[in-house]
Write a protein that binds this ligand. Structure first.
Ligand code: GLN
Length: 188
């Protein structure tokens, strides 16, 4: 299995380091054609508007939309915003791969970045939030895997996983491990 990481902007290198530590084969994806070579994909954090502009300008958006419907995909922070069905603050186009509504930059100013520990379906997790979105609606088919206070922060629907935090900056690789497990099952 070859795991792609969308590498047009944002925090893709840190994702690469975590996946390699876990023994995964990694390919940075910068062109639509490179999507054909990978079995699963991570869409990293960054700035979702910048991602969207790039994807539209390079004729990449429709190809990515088809990929995330068919293959295991994990979106973190800006990546989760891209994967969500509905985006607010302000509304913007998205891939609609997971039945969520997300509100961009939803944590107040003084809380734009913070780290907390929570319990999750996968045990304790350290969550790093950077100008994070909040998930404001979760569709019936979406499983909530971790919450921060009452807010879902790690969710999954079928082969699509989304996190509003940055698992690649955590001291543990637990979330990536779960994505790899899911991706292996999803590509069989
Ligand atoms: N605030 C960014 C956005 O709205 C997301 C921030 C991140 O990915 N760390 O796209």
């Amino acid at each position: 299995m070859l795991v792609g990481i969308l590498a047009i902007q944002g925090d893709y290198e840190a994702h690469g380091r975590v996946l390699e530590k876990l023994g995964a084969k990694v390919r940075f994806v910068r062109t639509p054609e490179q999507l054909d070579e990978v079995d699963a994909l991570i869409i990293p954090g960054g700035e979702s508007t910048t991602f969207l502009n790039f994807l539209v300008e390079h004729g990449f958006l429709e190809k990515l939309r088809a990929f995330v419907r068919a293959k295991p995909t994990f979106g973190t922070c800006a990546g989760a915003i891209l994967l969500a069905k509905d985006v607010e603050n302000p509304p913007q186009e998205s891939l609609g791969a997971i039945d969520l509504a997300v509100r961009r930059n939803a944590y107040g100013r003084q809380n734009e970045s913070f780290i907390i520990d929570v319990e999750s379906k996968f045990g304790p997790l350290e969550l790093v939030f950077i100008r994070a979105p909040k998930i404001t609606r979760v569709g019936a088919g979406v499983e909530v895997l971790a919450t921060e206070k009452d807010d879902p922060v790690l969710v999954r629907q079928g082969k699509v996983m989304a996190a509003t935090f940055h698992p690649e900056l955590s001291s543990s690789a637990r979330v990536h491990e779960e994505f790899l497990k899911m991706a292996r099952n999803g590509t069989k």
